[in-house]
Each structure stands twice: as structure tokens, then as C-alpha cells.
Ligand binder design. Structure first.
Ligand SMILES: Nc1ncnc2c1ncn2[C@@H]1O[C@H](COP(=O)(O)OP(=O)(O)OP(=O)(O)O)[C@@H](O)[C@H]1O
Length: 275
């Protein structure tokens, strides 16, 4: 996407810039988290990436062959069928002529997300997390190059997040680029790249460690590290860092943790165990 913009006219007659000049290039198998406060433009950006939100300016340079699929916040919002097999039939019959290939794709996608239910199972019997996995499986059956997840775990219990992370790890290894929009920054600790939005603009595009900890100057001593109070991009945006990062920052301020930048609980545990 090159300098894409989405502007709306607000009731007061002023222009509301939902997305305002964002450029973004995606690589195969890349895992990107999009973060930002309410109303910063994340979902509008998702709509642009999927291709259903019209542009006010700029360009979306995706080849017509690029397959892009999206999964939204509400698990029920995307479900059309009564049963799992019906859901796949709706999604695949216009895409593939061969019924055998449709069934192969369905079984492979269900296996990838770990849904063990028989195809004739009623969707109404699935939990919210299982429905969301079904939505992802249906999207995967189209063999997408890009999968956009717009807060897929927002309505679900914390266990669903772990399941979703495991599924995304598998998908990116298979070469699909994944863009995961989230309010829970714990969900943005396994990705390759974080994009932070503020008032429609991209204000950070880079590695997760630098987003959560800021950039440490070369050769910083432990003492200087203690004094380093330069807020990280995450703090500057007023977003709550993951618990692991909050704990590590506290230890850094006390001079107990120096150059490491743990993002996941298990990484912090490893650091503390070194003491
Ligand atoms: N169809 C629309 N008409 C007018 N304004 C809109 C429309 N869609 C979005 N906006 C405005 O654009 C801005 C960005 O909205 P968007 O939903 O993309 O933000 P978001 O970061 O996804 O928010 P949230 O985290 O609350 O989901 C907001 O100010 C919103 O009110």
C-alpha cells in the first residue's frame, strides 16, 4: 500500500482522517501486529488490506491473483452455514470445481487449526473460540497469501489466545503473511514486526523489542541503563505493555536486569534463573 488514505466527512462538516497516508509492504510468511488506541485507524487499515474499504487517496498495489482473507472480531458475524461442512461448501464451491479438492482443503484446514469435530457437526454447538478457529479454517481453505485477523480473540477467553497464537505460528511457517490487529499487547510479542497507529498515521513500524523497550544506546552501562528513562514507543502511545515487559522494566529500573529485552514470560523466567 502506498500512501493510502481514508477520509470521512464528520457531522460537523470537518474531515475525519481514519487512515492518513500509510505505506506498507508485506513479505510472504511475515507476521505483523497492528496496535493502537481506540479509533486510531486499525480496522480501517484492515478493511483496506482486505480490499473492501474504498480509498480516498493513495494506492493498493496488490496483484489480482493475491488471495486475501479476513477474520473479524465477532465469531458469529462471518458464519453462514448451519454445519461445518455447509460453511466450507459456501466458501469453496465458487472457488473450486472439484468436490474432492474441496473436501481435501476442508480436512487440511480443520487439521491445521486443530478442530476435531466431524464435518456434519452443528456450528451452534461450538464455543466462541471454536467458531473463531472455524472462521480461520474457512479462510485458510482458500489458500490465502495474506490473512487479516481483526481482534480475533476480543470476545474470547484467554485460553483462545494461546490456541490462536499456535495456529498463526503454523500458518506463517507455511508462507501466509498474517496481520493481527489487537488491543492485547501480549498478543504482539511473537510477531516479526509491530505497526502502531495513532490518529490514522503509522507512528511505529519495526521490531517488537524496540517497540516495548525503546532503543538502548550502544555501550550503555548498567548504571546508565538505570537512569535511562527515555519512554519506549509503546509508553509514548499510552498503551499498556505486556506484564512480562512491565516486570522487566521495573527490574531494569532497579538495576537488576541489564541488556536483555524479554517479551514472553518464559524469556523473563530464563533471565531471572541466571541470578
Ligand atoms: N464509516 C465511517 N464513517 C465515519 N467515520 C468512520 C467510519 N469508519 C471509521 N470511522 C472513524 O475513523 C476513525 C478510525 O476508526 P477505526 O475503526 O479504523 O479505528 P480502530 O483503531 O480500529 O478503533 P477500535 O480499536 O475502537 O476498533 C474513528 O474516528 C472512526 O470513528
Amino acid at each position: 500500500m502506498d500512501q493510502v488514505r481514508v477520509h470521512y466527512a464528520s457531522e460537523s462538516g470537518r474531515v475525519r482522517k481514519a487512515v492518513d497516508g500509510v505505506s506498507l509492504e508485506l513479505a510472504p510468511g511475515e507476521w505483523i501486529s497492528i496496535v493502537g488506541a481506540n479509533g486510531s485507524g486499525k480496522s480501517t487499515l484492515a478493511g483496506l488490506l482486505i480490499g473492501f474499504t474504498p480509498l480516498s487517496g493513495g494506492e493498493r498495489k496488490a496483484s489480482s491473483e493475491l488471495v486475501v482473507r479476513g477474520v473479524l472480531q465477532q465469531p458469529d458475524a462471518q458464519v453462514l452455514g448451519d454445519t461445518i461442512e455447509e460453511e466450507f461448501h459456501f466458501a469453496l464451491s465458487s472457488l473450486l470445481e472439484s468436490t474432492d479438492e474441496q473436501l481435501r482443503r476442508r480436512d487440511h484446514a480443520l487439521h491445521t487449526v486443530g478442530l476435531e469435530h466431524p464435518p456434519e457437526a452443528a456450528i451452534s454447538m461450538l464455543s466462541g473460540g471454536q467458531k473463531q478457529l472455524l472462521n480461520i479454517a474457512v479462510a485458510l481453505a482458500a489458500k490465502p497469501d495474506v490473512l487479516i485477523l481483526d481482534e480475533p480473540t476480543a470476545m474470547l477467553d484467554p485460553g483462545a489466545r494461546d490456541r490462536m497464537e499456535a495456529v498463526v505460528q503454523t500458518i506463517v511457517q507455511q508462507g501466509t503473511a498474517v496481520i493481527w490487529i489487537t488491543h492485547h499487547l501480549e498478543e504482539a510479542t511473537l510477531c516479526d514486526r509491530i505497526i502502531a497507529m495513532e490518529q490514522g498515521r503509522c507512528v511505529y513500524d519495526g521490531a517488537p523489542a524496540a517497540f516495548f523497550y525503546g532503543r538502548e544506546k550502544e555501550g550503555t552501562t548498567a548504571e546508565a541503563g538505570k537512569e535511562r528513562q527515555q519512554p519506549s514507543p509503546c509508553e509514548m502511545l499510552g498503551l499498556a505493555p505486556p506484564f512480562t515487559v512491565q516486570t522487566a522494566l521495573l527490574l531494569k529500573r532497579k538495576g537488576l536486569l541489564h541488556h536483555s529485552t524479554p517479551l514472553r514470560p518464559e524469556q523473563l523466567v530464563k533471565e531471572v534463573a541466571l541470578w
